[in-house]
Design a protein around this ligand. Structure first.
Ligand code: GLP
Length: 241
């Protein structure tokens, strides 16, 4: 695992943007695995700016997102479908039929999980997966204790995760209790992974990750088994707890 220490959030976003653009430059048709949350927002902004100001095209890009809440309509203001549209897709020239998220409103959720796995497979797998980091070490919505062999599945969200994500909803009890997420095995199949972390809120999680021990109670440590992971971490997140 390569650790890139950067000064702050802006530099983290810039470094991630550069890695993504470089991948797009060197791959004919690139499949990006995308994340939501506050962390990658700056990166999306910079990618949008490179489209608007420098004419970078996303026509050869297809995307799969890590996760989506169960029970939210795609147009719900707090759905990850909406997040992706608002922060990224609507501002660039990507073919929207090439952008994918799990359907949290599917009638048969088990079937939806299989469909999503199948889709990723037919897209040729993920070339570059972007990840944020939950304070409890979750990646995607893989909460502590999740099997590292799990593929796309439905999860019960931890109380702490619901509380952390309540800021995106009108009230905490509106945060869905379940989500569909790519599994850890799915994530580990990506050819390359970039993990982003910024701010003191993440420093405990980063300290644990950098201990370098694989722990099922700390899902992000599964990344230690992957051959090509770059962690872009700012100074505050690197202060040891
Ligand atoms: C959510 C998402 C994760 C994200 C995490 C951290 O639970 N499902 O993909 O990485 O939150 O979010 P933030 O970047 O807002 O700290």
């Amino acid at each position: 695992m390569e650790v890139l220490e950067v000064a702050n959030y802006e530099e983290m976003s810039m470094t991630a943007t550069r890695i993504l653009l470089n991948k797009m430059n060197h791959t004919q048709k690139v499949t990006l695995g995308l994340a939501t949350g506050a962390t990658p927002r700056g990166m999306y902004q910079m990618l949008v700016a490179s489209h608007q100001e420098k004419g970078v095209s996303f026509r050869n890009v297809q995307t799969v997102n890590l996760d989506e809440y169960v029970g939210l309509e795609r147009h719900h203001p707090s759905s990850y479908h909406t997040y992706m549209a608002m922060h990224f897709f609507r501002w660039i020239d990507i073919d929207r039929s090439h952008t994918h998220l799990p359907n949290g409103k599917a009638e048969d959720l088990t079937l939806e999980c299989f469909r999503y796995e199948d889709l990723i497979h037919h897209m040729g797998g993920v070339d570059l997966q972007v990840l944020g980091l939950g304070r409890n070490g979750h990646i995607g919505f893989n909460e502590p204790g999740t099997s590292f062999h799990a593929r796309t599945h439905v999860v019960e969200l931890a109380r702490s995760t619901r509380r952390a994500n309540a800021r995106y909803f009108a009230r905490e009890d509106e945060v869905p209790s379940r989500a569909i997420t790519m599994g850890i095995a799915t994530i580990l199949e990506s050819r390359e992974i970039v993990l982003l972390a910024s701010g003191s809120g993440k420093s405990e999680a980063i300290t644990r990750l950098l201990e370098g021990k694989i722990q099922h109670q700390f899902p992000a440590t599964a990344l230690l088994e992957h051959p090509k992971v770059t962690m872009i971490v700012d100074r505050e997140a690197l202060i040891r707890q």
